[in-house]
Design a protein around this ligand. Structure first.
Ligand code: KDG
Ligand code: MG
Length: 412
């Protein structure tokens, strides 16, 4: 079973996606997701120029050896472009192995450890009435666990608030399908951490008063706080019993998490921008986090995701894989298979793809009553319709960024 063909497919149905399609000499195909939001063409070029030529003729059954070969032989290790490229190859090879075995990938990873997987969706609103409507809408869609993002008094536009869409230059684009903004330059937003820290606890108090104590609530800090500010927020949110506080600090400063941890029992989730198992090494060993936020697509694929979760299991740390719409249906399926197989599953973020995306990627995955399942088709359970994909050429789109009142660039 040798790799005969490797194609890099860039398509932009509701947003940009980069997909690797491998074909073996016995006619099996495998898909891998290499989408890196806002830097898509860098990965497409890395794959086409430097990875595809290395794959032709390789044994498609040797997943671990191929992973190690791509990781170590380049000399330049880690980094999102490299790791998204390796992830795509790894996923495509697991897809092929599943098809060759006639089994869904989760069976090859040890079989299902549960019947279904709890998901959370993104509710948001600039003001409380709009936020409450958004929470109710997500409940109607079936979600039982909900991430709550809020506007902040005095700030015009904040990332993660759905109603910011429809602003000039972004009319008609749905936040959930495309949180990045199409156009040649990233949009500029404003930020003020002191106002945010004052306002957020009042919002969670109002949400608990309106919706009761049961519903798991999550919140994303988007790397905007210092360790001391994050400690303060975690402490002030304790009465509202969050499922997690995500990306409370920029996690490059891993020691900062020790300070946060000493001051709050609000659970912490980190790692959506991490690329390797090694990025989690101290955070897991020192039990500084509660949830691993890695995404198969940006983390080198299924193989390392399974490894980091087995390591995390030794410390009762659970999964909370990154699942925004910039993870394609292929990357999403890959982590659903891992999530179903591991014992220490926690929750899965699930922002739903739009109709055009779902027409390009045919998926076996199901979402019902707030729970996900990858389906039982052999492999990953996703096929790509190349004719549909061909209708949507790449479009430049960037995430927004922040500036403080004095003009300083801040973490978005
Ligand atoms: O590409 C960046 C997005 O995926 C990110 O903004 C989403 O923070 C995010 C989340 O938690 O989904
Ligand atoms: Mg996040």
């Amino acid at each position: 079973m040798r790799i005969e063909k490797a194609e890099v497919i860039v398509t932009s149905p509701d947003r940009n996606f980069v997909t690797l399609k491998l074909t073996t000499d016995d006619g099996l195909t495998g898909l891998g997701d290499a989408t890196l939001n806002g830097r898509e063409l860098a990965v497409a070029s890395y794959l086409s120029e430097h990875v595809v030529p290395l794959l032709i003729g390789r044994d498609a059954a040797q997943i671990e050896d191929t992973w190690q070969f791509l990781y170590r032989s380049a000399y330049w290790r880690r980094g999102p472009v490299t790791m998204a490229s390796i992830a795509a190859v790894d996923m495509a090879l697991w897809d092929i192995k599943g098809k060759a075995a006639g089994m869904p990938v989760y069976q090859l990873l040890g079989g299902a450890s549960r019947d279904r997987m709890m998901a959370y969706g993104h509710a948001s609103g600039k003001e409380l009435p709009e936020l409450f409507d958004s929470i109710r809408h997500h409940q109607e869609l079936g979600y039982r666990s909900i991430r709550v993002q809020t506007g902040v008094p005095g700030l015009e536009s904040i990332y993660g608030i759905a109603s910011n869409k429809g602003l000039p230059g972004n009319e008609g684009v749905r936040y959930d399908h495309e949180p990045a903004q199409r156009g040649a330059l990233p949009a500029q937003e404003d930020w003020d951490t002191r106002s945010y820290l004052r306002h957020v606890p009042t919002v969670f108090e109002a949400v608990r008063n309106e919706f009761g104590p049961e519903m798991p609530l999550l919140h994303d800090g988007h790397h905007r706080m210092t360790p001391l500010q994050a400690a303060k927020l975690g402490k002030s949110l304790e009465p509202y019993d969050l499922f997690w506080l995500e990306d409370c600090t920029p996690a490059e400063n891993q020691e900062g998490l020790r300070l946060v941890r000493q001051h709050t029992t609000t659970p912490l989730a980190i790692g959506e921008i991490f690329n390797t198992v090694w990025d989690f090494q101290s955070l897991i060993k020192e039990q500084l986090i509660d949830y691993v936020r890695a995404a198969s697509t940006h983390f080198g694929g299924i193989s390392p995701l399974k490894k980091v979760m087995d390591y995390a299991a030794m410390y009762q740390i659970r999964s909370g894989f990154h699942g925004p719409t910039d993870i394609s249906p292929v990357g999403f399926a890959a982590q659903l298979h891992v999530g179903l197989a591991i014992h220490n599953y926690g929750i899965q973020e699930y922002m739903q793809h739009g109709d055009k995306t779902n027409a390009v990627f045919e998926q076996a995955m199901t979402f019902a009553d707030g729970y996900l399942h990858p389906g039982n088709k052999p492999g990953l359970g996703v096929e790509l319709d190349t004719d549909e994909a061909g209708k949507y050429p790449y479009e430049t789109a960037y995430l927004p960024y922040n500036r403080l009142a004095d003009g300083t660039v801040h973490d978005w």
